[in-house]
Design a protein around this ligand. Structure first.
Ligand SMILES: O=C(O)CCC(=O)C(=O)O
Length: 266
């Protein structure tokens, strides 16, 4: 592998405690609480932080137990019931189709509008959702020096809901955006793959290029299992050089809510 992984243990985040991590496959409150009893003696070090160097100035930070499990379920329930989720049509390869997940957008007043896939979501105010301010505070405390002023929320109702390969490389985020992503509910795979080089992109049609990307070299792909209460941060040139996705998964039988905090340049 060309990338390097560093493990760090960091100080407390509000709400995080020393609970054990559920085993892979945990997808509901009931499953998680059953596993908790069985795994009480296998607690990992508190708030382990894994740093993956993707090379060329790109980096991913993964904190599997960012929020304590009970607190994370409390926040999940609030978000599931309170957020005005919508599933609007988006433009995919020239055709309109329902977005394969529910979304909502929250941002500071006066920022440049977010536009993607032919869609311009209305920006809600943080004041409408006090819990989002609590989560934002926890993220800011975990990432000193970072500042986020907007949030895209995603709700995946089950394993059919997904997000396809893309990069959050819209100009309103600048050349090196930092994106902090918090997961609640059903764990899902989060994949990263290197974007094609200019030579690869120039040597064939769009469809051919997509097929080639599916067989990218193993060292140019990474996979993270995003569990309930976890935090994943993409930094540096990750959006310029890499694409990410949350693929369909038959084993994901209950909802997942994901919050991606971003900084819109002002
Ligand atoms: O749900 C996730 O973990 C990723 C969401 C995402 O890629 C996006 O909102 O751009």
């Amino acid at each position: 592998m060309a990338s390097r992984l560093r493990l760090l243990t960091v100080g407390p985040t509000p709400g995080a405690d020393g609970e054990p991590t559920p085993s892979p496959g945990a997808c509901s409150k009931a499953a998680a609480s059953g596993e908790r009893e069985g795994e009480a003696q296998r607690a990992e070090p508190r708030r382990r932080r894994e740093v993956t160097d993707l090379g060329s100035g790109s980096e991913v930070v993964h904190v599997p137990r960012f929020v304590a499990r009970e607190k994370a379920w409390e926040w999940f329930d609030y978000l599931d019931k309170t957020i005005p989720w919508t599933r609007l049509p988006i433009l995919v390869f020239g055709r309109w189709a329902p977005q394969p997940r529910d979304t909502c957008y929250v941002a500071d007043a006066g920022l440049t509008d977010l536009k993607y896939s032919g869609h311009q979501p209305p920006a809600h105010s943080w004041d409408e959702f006090p819990v989002l301010k609590d989560i934002l505070k926890a993220v800011h405390e975990a990432l000193p020096g970072s500042y986020f002023n907007s949030l895209l929320l995603n709700r995946y109702k089950n394993g059919s809901d997904h997000v396809s390969w893309h990069a959050d490389d819209e100009p309103l985020y600048g050349p090196t955006p930092e994106i902090a992503s918090v997961t609640f509910g059903c764990e899902r795979d989060f994949l990263l793959r290197k974007k094609p080089t200019k030579a690869q992109g120039a040597s064939g049609s769009g469809e051919a290029a997509r097929k080639r990307l599916k067989v990218a070299a193993p060292q140019q792909q990474h996979s993270f299992l995003l569990k309930h209460g976890s935090l994943l941060v993409m930094r540096g040139y990750t959006q310029r050089d890499w694409q990410h996705s949350v693929p369909k998964r038959a084993k994901a039988t209950s909802p997942r809510i994901n919050l991606t905090f971003r900084h819109v340049l002002t």
